[in-house]
Design a protein around this ligand. Sequence first.
Ligand code: NCD
Length: 351
Amino acid sequence: MQPSIPTPTSNAISARYPAGALAFPHRDLTGIAHLARHEILYLLDEAEQWVALNRQPQKRAEVLSGLTIINAFFENSTRTLLSFEIAGKRLGADVVNMHAATSSVKKGETLIDTAMTLNAMHADAIVIRHASSGAVRLIAEKVDCPVLNAGDGQHEHPTQALLDALTIRHALGLAPGSDLNGLKVTICGDLLHSRVARSNILCLTALGVDISVCAPPALMPSGIEAMGVRPFHDFNAALKGANVVMMLRLQQERMEGQFIPSPREYRHLYGLTLDRLAKAEPDALVMHPGPMNRGIEIDSTVADHPTRSLITRQVESGVAIRMACLEVLTRRARGVPGWADSDGFGAGGAA
Ligand code: NCD
């Protein structure tokens, strides 16, 4: 059974945040790093109405009718691309997907030329996934419309972090407006290559979460303590007191050389099995952004656990969060009162 989700009315949302564009004064969503706590909560609260809509048989809103959204994915993706595509379509926009494998990128076109081409087509929002950290920011500087980061290299994946926070809030039955103060989350896996971990650390710490991170020495970024987290190499120790365990995929495609002795050895030390989950709090919840390497970083008994696993609920929250981000970022273009440049829009920089 799905838990009932409290749906805030727009009045309730507007009472909680600064008026108009001051609630979210950013043109783009390139990362979590530049967002204030109340801006993160604003996006989470805006997403609640879309979670509710997505559970109806009739799922279409015409809010973005007539607008064109381009999903420019320079790196393979299934769930994130599909999630953004569904989000745009449910809001009534025309959604076009550009796959780099079949685009002029393969013919040697530079990123800037691709950006200029997309811009000349008068897109109203561009969603970008790229293998290079910083590529999304570069494109955002060259185009006139809002740019949303769907994952850039090892840098950030902001919508993933937002959807994870929303999923946790729902799983704990917390009301709109609530942060996650006092919660203990353990993030384990390939931290070195993970934009999901980076965005989640930024987002969850902003919401008051106490974070432990765990990875083998070769996959632990040096100086990660500076992000306000506690690093561990021993998974059992890292799980102590955890209310939520967030597992990360071993990103073998980003590894040059040997980072782990063998997948079997990795599972033995860092795989989440039911036995190991017992080291966390009794009702600890489990998350994974997908795609999963079943039997390596996570066992199927955990991933498919009927009460402990939030993995399919993360996918559900993903569509709602992306709808919220697209709707909020296009308010200026749609002429929503209070969202013009003169209303403070852009005051938060191009973050
Ligand atoms: C993540 C990504 O692409 O960064 N997946 C996703 O967005 N669903 C994590 C990963 O690839 O392991």
